[in-house]
Design a protein around this ligand. Structure first.
Ligand code: BGC
Length: 718
């Protein structure tokens, strides 16, 4: 993968700083006497000095979120008592979420993570992480429970919008970039949820049962890449079991995550995902999230006395937590005494808007887009989610961010939301066009509104989020009927999708244009308007396959695979599709998707030529000539896929490199997609797992193009 251009990123970051009340200099002076506050020492030395000065129960505090993070509080529910912490340890506050600083007023409502994935833009993922972390810090929070990553095993999974799609490489490198962005502030990132946490249905009472090769190549690999390239302070273990053992007491924590992958931060649990004291600590859990339940002083003392845990294991867990806090700057940059009222800034809002623009995917366009209305033309905007005003409780705000739990507020408050209706009205006015709005609740009325307009833009949605999976891939809110009726009334109909995952489109042949915008955040109005009118040229690419129907998905028709079959209260979920997840499945089975992984159109066109693939000095040099053959400046995400020799038994192809390239009309550039020696080794680009990562001898294929489905081909031998 390409290294991020630091100068460009720093330029974007310059305005991100938030003014906060500085920590009291007196407090800093008092602390200078303690060796763990000596910034000339390494984090390791400081952590060791702190633990050497701690009593056993002061050490225990680090093993549970609340006692670790509120150093002076000594009493908790159920009579749990600790001594106060040693002096000069920081107050630490955790904040959920991958999308933005959740449940907090005065922050930017960034688009959902799946939109970041669709940008295929590492520097943007970094900048978004940095902006979010700046807001978190300003709001008095210094650990983010983000980024979220999973492997997109089924598009029904409720948290799909919180994750980065179905490809391990794309997910891993974007999570790494987001992590580095977050940790460019005195804020820690937390990769979550480790591992094979692929459904919400019975997530606390299900076992993800998969072979080691499948786990390593599909489910561990995104974490491995994000750890290797992002160096997160913490990783959160998941609710589910992995092969019948709860993730937070699974030997994989020590053996794979900390051992083979080399993660040296601390493992925290999810909220209520701990089920034991000794097995959890022994197998690598370092910190229980929230209040003390399993890692109370009484339980740790008893386990120690019984010889079920060792002092060394306690010390190691405490050390990992303290060292991460030190490395992340949490000891040296105290949280502001008074949180800022409004942490959102124009620069952060620009990041939200850029992500919404670059993350929207133009799925289909028969030439209707971009809109180019004449003065006096009427644009009919249709659908409840286009408007600020709710219809039956649904408005643009319902798809600005994720619904957290149905019936509860969105994860992000979207106080500064600009609705699509507002964005389109403002933009249309510049061309002298008018806009009518119909909320779509009466399909016949919506069709009538569409019929009398020059063009109809119909908004259709699926709301999904934590705690529940989808039960189908259909539009909600009568969307299919609405789209069909509007399209029948006006052949010049654009469908704007606001979904968190793939969706079926039974009406696709009857509409000329479809734009997927996901949950586009507070700047959705200006972003959608800019895309529809061509002020911004679409460049997003699908980070997950859109199947023609749910029946085509890897787990369809097999309750053993999804949602699993309960045995003694635990749903046993067989990952028998193995490596065939996402596009790997559709390719293996020869199933044509509706829209392939990596697909996304532009208002210009690109030609690929002169593909060259040469293994040399440990690298595999790949280059291709890319030409903008259309009439607008546009950005293409050039993608390289590799096919491994058949002896490996791998699915037909995998993403190995990508690059966003902006070209003026007629301009050509040679795009470098080289697989470097370091990437080949660290990201396992051409390897398979068979007890260890291995590289097969034989013939490899390379495909380079604008989606997983098309491109120029070449081969080389290793
Ligand atoms: C979620 C985590 C989240 C935690 C704390 C849990 O329900 O699974 O992703 O970080 O709550 O809010």
């Amino acid at each position: 993968m390409k290294r991020i251009n630091k100068a460009a990123v720093l330029a974007l970051l310059a305005p991100l700083a938030i003014a906060v009340t500085p920590a009291s200099p007196a407090a800093a002076a008092d602390c200078s006497a303690y060796p763990w506050m000596d910034t000339r020492r390494s984090p390791e030395q400081r952590a060791r000095a702190l633990l050497a000065a701690s009593t056993p129960h002061q050490k225990y505090r680090w093993l549970v979120e609340q006692p670790a993070n509120s150093p002076q509080q000594t009493e908790w529910a159920d009579g749990v008592v600790y001594p106060a912490q040693v002096p000069c340890t920081p107050t630490v506050v955790y904040s959920d979420g991958p999308d933005g600083v959740r449940f907090t007023p005065g922050v930017t409502a960034f688009p959902a993570t799946i939109a970041t994935a669709a940008t295929f833009n590492e520097p943007l993922a970094y900048v978004k992480g940095a902006a979010q972390a700046a807001e978190a810090f300003g709001k008095g929070k210094n650990v983010l429970l983000a980024p979220g990553l999973a492997s997109g095993r089924t598009p029904l999974s409720g948290r799909t919008p919180e994750y980065l799609g179905e490809d391990p490489l794309l997910t891993g490198v974007l999570a790494a970039a987001g992590t580095r962005g977050i940790q460019s502030r005195p804020v820690l990132a937390t990769l979550k949820h480790y591992v094979a946490n692929e459904q919400e249905l019975d997530r606390q009472t299900s076992s993800s049962n998969a072979g080691e090769r499948t786990l390593r190549e599909i489910y561990d690999l995104p974490f491995e890449i994000a750890v290797e390239r992002g160096d997160p302070g913490s990783v959160m273990c998941s609710y589910n079991q992995v092969n019948h053992v709860y993730a937070c007491e699974n030997p994989r924590l020590n053996q794979v995550l900390k051992g083979d992958i080399g993660f040296d931060g601390y493992v925290m649990s999810d909220f209520g995902s701990v089920h034991s004291t000794a097995p959890s600590l022994v197998n690598g859990l370092d910190q229980e999230l929230n209040r003390p339940i399993w890692f109370t002083p009484a339980r740790l003392d008893a386990a120690l006395a019984a010889g079920q845990i060792t002092q060394r294991q306690i010390d190691d867990a405490a050390f990992r937590v303290v060292r991460s806090y030190l490395r992340g700057g949490l000891f040296d940059h105290p949280l502001p005494a008074t949180p800022v009222a409004d942490a959102s800034t124009p620069a952060h809002k620009a990041v939200a808007r850029t992500t919404a623009e670059q993350g929207s995917v133009l799925l289909k366009n028969d030439g209707l887009l971009p809109l180019n209305p004449r003065s006096g033309d009427e644009i009919a905007v249709i659908g409840a989610t286009a408007s600020r005003t709710p219809t039956g409780g649904i408005s643009a705000s319902s798809v600005c961010s994720l619904p957290w739990r149905f019936g509860s507020p969105q994860t992000l408050q979207c106080e500064d939301l600009v609705s699509p209706e507002e964005g389109i009205r403002a933009r249309a006015a510049r061309d002298g066009a008018t806009v009518s709005f119909d909320n779509g609740s009466d399909v016949a009325a919506a069709a009538a509104a569409a019929a009398k307009a020059d063009v109809a833009v119909v908004f259709a949605y699926v709301r999904m989020g934590e705690f529940a999976d989808l039960t189908d891939l259909r539009l909600q809110g009568n969307g299919d009927a609405l789209v069909s009726a509007v399209a029948a009334a006006n052949p010049r109909t654009v469908v704007v999708l606001q979904t968190g995952s793939a969706v079926e489109m039974p009406w696709l042949d009857r509409v000329p244009a479809v734009l997927e915008t996901w949950y586009a955040g507070e700047q959705m109005g200006p972003a959608v308007a800019a895309l529809l009118f061509g002020d911004a040229n679409p460049s997003g690419k699908l980070p997950l396959t859109f199947p023609k129907s749910l029946a085509d998905t890897p787990t369809a028709g097999s309750p053993e695979q999804y949602p699993g079959v309960p045995v003694d209260g635990i749903r046993q979920v067989s990952y028998s599709e193995g490596l065939r997840v996402g596009y790997r499945w559709y390719d293996s089975e020869g199933i044509d998707p509706l829209f392939a992984f990596g697909h996304g159109l532009s208002y210009t066109t690109f030609r690929y030529s002169d593909l060259r693939v040469v293994p040399a000095r440990g690298d595999v040099r790949i280059s291709v000539r890319l030409t903008n053959t259309g009439r607008r400046t546009g950005t293409e995400v050039a993608q390289a896929y590799a096919s491994l020799p058949p002896s490996t038994g791998e699915p037909p192809k995998r993403l190995v490199a990508f690059s966003r390239v902006t070209l003026a009309p007629g301009q050509s550039r040679t795009v470098d997609l080289t697989l470097s020696r370091a990437d080949l080794r660290d990201l396992h680009l051409l390897q398979y797992f068979d007890g260890a990562w291995k590289t097969a001898r034989g013939t490899y294929g390379i495909q380079v193009g604008g989606s997983s489905k098309s491109g120029l081909r070449a081969a080389f031998r290793l």
